[in-house]
Design a protein around this ligand. Structure first.
Ligand code: GDP
Ligand code: CA
Length: 318
C-alpha cells in the first residue's frame, strides 16, 4: 500500500511516527512544508523537514519538541555576543551541522530534494521525505508594527513575537513561481491513501496546497483523502494555530477547519475527517458538508496512542 502524507513540523512528525508504527509494511511518502524555511546567519534552515527527519530518526529533543536531543547553544551565544541579528532564532550547535551540510550542498548546485535525501541517509526516517518544492517560497505575515503595516518572515512572527501581533494575512512570497518538487505529483497521483496529519491548516498544510499543481493533483487523485484535526475543543493542542486561523477568518474548531478544507465533492480536499472524541457534537455538521466523519482520542501522548489515531483515520477510508 502506498500512503502519501502532507505534513508540517511537530504535529506532522509526531503523527508520522505513529503512522509508521501502525503501517510497518507500507510505503510512506511525506510532502513536507518548506514555507517556514529561512536563511539565517548564512545557512539555510528547513524547520519542518528537520522536525520530521529528527523525530523519525529518534534524534528530536523530547523536552523542546524542536531541534536535537543533547543540544548545546554555544554558537548562538557567541553570535549574540557579537550583537549579530537575529538573536531570537534558536540555532543549536548539533543542528547547525545539518544546516551547514545543506547550505554547502545547495551552493554546490544540488536541489533541496537531493540535499534532503542525502541528509535522510543519516537519519533513516523510514519514509520518503520530499520537500513540497525545490524553489524558494517563504511564508510571511502581514502585521501592523509601530513603524506601519509590513510583512515579516513567518519565523519572526512565530518565534520573536510568539504570534501575539494580530496576523492580517499570510502571503507566501515566491509561491506563484514555485513548482512541486520531483516526485510530489506522482506521490499524490499514485497513492492508495492520502493523509493530512494534524498539522497547522494555515501555515503548514495551507502553504503546501498553494504550490501550483498540488491542489489540482489532490482533486484528481484516485486515492481517498483523510485528515485529522489539530484542534481539540476551541484550541490547538500545541502551539498557536488559533492565531493563524484568526488571520484568515476561520474559527478555531474542528468543524470550521473541516469546512475550510472542504469536501472533495464540492472542489475541496477532504473525503474524511477524524475529530477528537470530546468534539463528537460536531459529527453531524461535518457529515452535512459531504465529509465522512468519526471521532477518536486525538492526543499524541505516545507512539502507541498515535498509531491508534492513524489506524482510526485510515479505517475511515478503507
Ligand atoms: P509545526 O510546523 O511545528 O507547527 O507543526 P505542524 O504544523 O505539523 O503541527 C502543528 C499542529 O499540531 C498544531 O496546530 C497542534 O494543535 C497540532 N498538534 C500537536 N500535538 C497534537 C496532538 O497531540 N493531537 C492533535 N490532534 N494535534 C496536535
Ligand atoms: Ca512549521
Amino acid at each position: 500500500m502506498r500512503i502519501t502524507a502532507l505534513a508540517g513540523g511537530i504535529g506532522g512528525a509526531r503523527f508520522l511516527r505513529g503512522l509508521r508504527r501502525a503501517r510497518p509494511g507500507d510505503d510512506i511518502t511525506v510532502i513536507g512544508n518548506t514555507g517556514d524555511d529561512i536563511w539565517v546567519h548564512g545557512v539555510r534552515v528547513c524547520p519542518d523537514l528537520d522536525s520530521i527527519m529528527y523525530t523519525l530518526g529518534n534524534a528530536i529533543s523530547v523536552e523542546r519538541d524542536w531541534g536535537r536531543e543533547d543540544e548545546t547553544f554555544v554558537v548562538k551565544e557567541e553570535l549574540a555576543a557579537y550583537g549579530v541579528e537575529p538573536t531570537w532564532f534558536g540555532l543549536g550547535d548539533r543542528d547547525l551541522a545539518t544546516h551547514l551540510v545543506r547550505t554547502q550542498s545547495l551552493n554546490a548546485g544540488f536541489s533541496l530534494s537531493e540535499v534532503t535525501a542525502a541528509l535522510c541517509q543519516r537519519w533513516q526516517p523510514g519514509v520518503t521525505l520530499l520537500p513540497m518544492s525545490d524553489d524558494r517560497a517563504e511564508t510571511h505575515v502581514v502585521v501592523d508594527l509601530e513603524s506601519g503595516r509590513t510583512a515579516i518572515h513567518f519565523q519572526e512572527w512565530w518565534i520573536r513575537y510568539r504570534a501575539a501581533i494580530p496576523a492580517l494575512g499570510f502571503p507566501v512570497i515566491g509561491i506563484d513561481d514555485a513548482t512541486p518538487a520531483p516526485g510530489v505529483i506522482e506521490a499524490i497521483a499514485e497513492a492508495d491513501i492520502i493523509v493530512l496529519p494534524p498539522s497547522n491548516p494555515v501555515v503548514s498544510i495551507g502553504v503546501i496546497l498553494q504550490v501550483p499543481g498540488i491542489r489540482a493533483a489532490l482533486g484528481k487523485a484516485r486515492a481517498p483523502i483523510v485528515g485529522l484535526s489539530p484542534l481539540i475543543g476551541a484550541a490547538p493542542v500545541r502551539g498557536m494555530a488559533d492565531a493563524c486561523l484568526r488571520g484568515i477568518g476561520v474559527q478555531t474548531s474542528a468543524l470550521a477547519v473541516a469546512a475550510h478544507y472542504g469536501s472533495r465533492r464540492d472542489g475541496g480536499i477532504l473525503d474524511a475527517w477524524l475529530l477528537a472524541d470530546s468534539d463528537d457534537s460536531m459529527l453531524a455538521d461535518v457529515r452535512a458538508l459531504g465529509i465522512v466523519c468519526q471521532s477518536a482520542p486525538l492526543l499524541m501522548h505516545d507512539v502507541d496512542a498515535t498509531a491508534a489515531m492513524a489506524h482510526a483515520a485510515l479505517a475511515l477510508v478503507s
